[in-house]
Design a protein around this ligand. Sequence first.
Ligand code: SAH
Length: 235
Amino acid sequence: MKRLIIILITLYWLSVSGLADDPYLSRRKLMVDRHIAARGISDESVLKAMRKVPRHLMVSREFRSQAYADHPLPIGESQTISQPYVVALMTEALQLKPGDRVLEIGTGSGYQAAVLAEIVSEVYSIEIRKNLADSARKILTKLGYHNVEVKYGDGYYGWEAHAPFDAIIITAAANHIPPSLIKQLKDGGTLILPLGSTVYYQMLTLVTKKNEQITIRQMGSVRFVPMMGEVRKKK
Ligand code: SAH
């Protein structure tokens, strides 16, 4: 009898935790070992988050089997979910702490937001395409990420109501850094974005704000879909 109860409790826990029906768990772990840890990402909180977030549930159904390969994938509306290694690289560069409040521009599938939500206490994410904002909000809620808030709108002006942020991540290419985002960054905070031509390649750029001074570090070239809206009218 006692044994039966233990078995029933274990089965219940497995179904509630989603582990029982996650055939992708081993692929996800392999992806992190092979494409992320092996390529120099060492922040344990980033590795742990990426071993956990079900990327296959955040891509279109027909691409599910490719969800743990190290390349970008379509998420609808001609947009893409970033390559896992780039998600890891950008997240690690922000040097996040558990109590941090982070702003993301370009929610897309919600994958990057979920990775952030595993690491920090508050995530705010803005998406300019309504369909993507709605579906990301839905999947994030379904997966239990109650510490993420998704807003439909242009991220160019940031999210004043929740500022200042410890970190800001822009996941679409821009040819300049939106001034409001610099303003909404805490002193000592960091911002990362693909900066440069929105047609070809961009330079992954890490911006640090300290005593009203901006320091810039370039981290290699990347290719992102262009940031839309106000950013294209300025400069
Ligand atoms: N971080 C996403 C992938 C981003 S793809 C993920 O994890 O899936 C880039 C996204 O930025 C697209 O969804 C695009 O619609 C959005 N975007 C482009 N310009 C934007 C803007 N000005 N404000 C907010 N979102 C924007």
